[in-house]
Design a protein around this ligand. Structure first.
Ligand code: NAP
Length: 446
């Protein structure tokens, strides 16, 4: 049996019992980074490191299935910035994560391989379930969130993101979603929204759940109606969903982007207050690299001119180049919530602006199962829409990662894995028709 015949059976709508009977092949296609190429970019500047050179599609063995695990066939996946980091070996090669996991247990040792199968989002069909899995069965159509956690330590039982074993699937573990068959824990699965295509459903998980926790869940900024929320990168993966969540939740987004195309896109999805950081020429440090507070104040004044007050919440992820401004412009008593540092993780800000004005900085990372589930439910209800702008086949994953690294995209870049073309996988056509405008809003950008 080949992988393609399993994928064909799925496309033909074969029942779960039939899928459970289909023998699995010994090997499969997978997008991998090779350990032997770890020093490929030594001496090359970050911006010149090209993922197309290091992300390969190789034929590799199917991973063995353990207890509480599930083998899935991703019909589609999506790119996340973590695949950019893995493929350019920054800030560190991810093989260190796999080696550490390999030292922990026999099951962990499966992950420590000379190749790393990347990818942290999928819309997939369950092929096999391991011992102890009761909630899912072969044939189930699922989306996958990327919080890989054992739940054997006490700390995780209030919030699984606090579990010491917590890892991001397909980044800190092997066997990610850019492969014909992928290995996940049973507690990563969620029902696939029935009105979406494979590639649309695959494009949601990681960034939507991260934005949900940062803004809506009980663990970070806890936005309320009427809050002004400054959103950096408002048409990117995180920012595109943050914008929808703020609009849905009765907040007022102030969206920052870097081109007229992106301004136009935000206008189409109903955003009123937009700042084009490039057109405004914002640069928050001087030529000698010291913070430029006059420029940050100019930015703060523009926000106040737009919405009449400082932001209650600042949605941060660009990091070094924006963080000082985020702290300065945030309202007295407001919250800066951060989950990343794309432009550099050593930040400089004036701490007087923080303590004298009683602001809080909250670190946030992905989401627990419940937060991911709630975010997925909003999509199933048609209250949050995909932000997919472009889709590539698996063998062009490197091209997609290159575009992401160069900030040439908007929203999400999908990857077809088992699905031979875009547009397949929809079950609820009536709901789709009702939400078509929202679902396709980002398409014009691709
Ligand atoms: P993305 O799709 O590339 O979007 C990022 C957006 O940020 C871009 O569209 C860009 O918008 C803006 N941006 C980039 N550099 C900037 C700069 N120097 N100053 C101001 N804005 C800048 O990426 P993403 O998926 O949203 O992820 C963003 C970051 O978050 C990545 O570093 C990723 O690894 C991280 N992340 C962390 C978690 C977590 O759980 N901790 C989860 C998801 C993502 P404009 O050019 O239009 O302004």
């Amino acid at each position: 049996m080949s992988v393609t015949s399993i994928q064909q059976a799925i496309l033909d709508g074969a029942p779960g019992e039939r899928i459970a009977e289909l023998p699995l092949p010994e090997t499969m296609r997978a997008a991998v980074v090779r350990k032997a190429e770890m020093d490929h970019f030594d001496g090359v500047a970050t911006e010149d490191r090209d993922p197309r050179k290091t992300l390969h599609v190789d034929e590799v063995p199917i991973p063995p299935l353990g207890p509480n695990e599930v083998l899935i066939a991703p019909m589609a996946s999506a790119l996340n910035y973590n695949t950019v980091w893995t493929s350019i070996f920054e800030p560190l090669p991810t093989f260190g994560f796999l080696e550490r996991l390999g030292r922990e247990s026999d099951l962990g040792a499966r992950h420590d391989l000379p190749y790393h199968i990347v990818g942290s989002d999928a819309a997939a069909v369950v092929l096999r379930v391991g011992a102890g899995v009761t909630r899912w069965k072969p044939g189930d159509r699922v989306t996958v969130h990327c919080n890989d956690v054992d739940m054997q330590a006490p700390q995780g039982h209030e919030d699984s993101m606090l579990d010491p074993s917590q890892r991001i699937w397909g980044f800190e573990t092997n066997f990610g979603s850019l492969a014909d068959i992928s290995l996940v824990k049973a507690n990563q699965l969620m029902p696939m929204p029935a009105h979406l295509t494979w590639e649309e459903a695959a494009s949601l998980g990681l960034v939507l759940a991260t934005s949900y926790r940062m803004l809506i869940g009980q663990n970070a900024a806890r936005m309320k109606q009427g809050d002004i929320v400054l959103i950096w990168g408002a048409t990117g993966g995180l920012g595109g969903f943050a914008t929808q969540l703020v609009l849905n939740g009765g907040g007022i987004p102030v969206c920052v982007v870097s081109s007229q195309d992106k301004v136009d896109l935000l206008r189409r999805v109903g955003v009123e207050h937009i700042i084009d950081r490039k057109a405004e020429g914002y640069r928050f440090e001087t030529e000698d690299g010291t913070p430029d507070y006059a420029e940050m104040r100019r930015f703060g004044k523009q926000i106040r001119d737009l919405v009449g007050q400082d932001p209650d919440i600042v949605f941060e992820h660009p990091g070094r180049t924006t963080f000082g401004a985020s702290v300065l412009v945030c309202k007295r008593g407001g919250t800066i919530v951060t989950c990343a540092s794309t432009s550099g993780y050593l930040h400089e800000y004036d701490n007087r602006h923080l303590w004298m004005r009683l602001k809080r900085i909250i670190g946030s990372h992905f989401a627990n199962y419940n937060e991911a589930w709630e975010a997925n439910r909003l999509v199933s209800l048609g209250m949050v829409h995909p932000i997919l702008s472009k889709t590539y086949p698996l063998d062009q994953a490197g091209q997609g990662a290159f575009e992401m690294h160069q900030n040439q995209h908007a929203g999400k870049i999908g990857i077809l894995v088992g699905a031979p073309e875009e547009g397949l996988g929809v079950i609820d056509t009536e709901r789709r028709a009702r939400h078509l405008e929202g679902i396709e809003a980002y398409r014009s950008f691709g």
